[in-house]
Design a protein around this ligand. Sequence first.
Ligand code: GLN
Length: 292
Amino acid sequence: MKETVKTWTVLDILKVTEAAFRERGITNPRLNAELLLADTTGDSRINLYLNFEKPLTENEVSGYRDKVKRRLKFEPLQYIRGKTEFYSLEFRVTPDVLIPRQETEILVEKVLEYIKESGIECPKILEIGTGSGCISIAITANSECNIRAFDVSNEAIKVAELNSAANGTAEKVKFEAKDFFDPEVTFEGFDIIVSNPPYISAQDVPGLNEEVNGYEPYIALTDDGDGLSFYKKIFELYNASQNKPAVFLEIGDGKKEAIVKLLSESDIKNYNIHNDLMNMPRVLEIKGTENI
Ligand code: GLN
């Protein structure tokens, strides 16, 4: 007897997937199911809703199944989709780059506020550890400035360059594959330094959520030490610079005390800590010569 292939409708397949995701403990199971299906059929999410009874082709079903299987193994939605949103812009993401986080948007916001308030015309900015390029691209897309952005990973730089071109900022951001710990790096000539450094300590990595430690690049998460080495080096370069730049750094969860101690050991007093929308300390701002 010939086996009949089940015809799936949009609604049926969404229901089954949602239940499977929920059982696996995936947050927002329905949204995950909808986004993956919309990507597969090339529809918008709204169109899925308008076509609940539409039968899917065999190709669509098998393409969707592959994505669902990956998600059930806790691969992040953003890597499966190959894209995510940050600061209302679209970014391509691959496993070579950290997935941009919503909590990092406040870092962009603080830099943009500073650019406006300081009145520096077209400030020169250095970003350390640019990954997907999201911070530099979001800043340049919303202000007049020139940015140099480093990342130690060649692969990350390729992704960042594609993102910059797609967002129309290629002229203003210069990406460079470079190790920040290279002794020739200085802050001389920069008005602003910005970074969301790898601040998780090596010993905390195994305890992270599987979506993070199973898929995101190790070097983007941790310095393979105590999670403070980037802050230490940034404070050293700040102290060594003649014209002090303003410095904006993301603060990791639970890292505030250690960073404050490091600031005091580095004899840096002119700083503020900004909380995020969840009231967590999130951004360290060190004043530059312009506003000391
Ligand atoms: N700057 C990128 C971001 O904030 C990458 C940061 C990193 O790799 N630690 O998403």
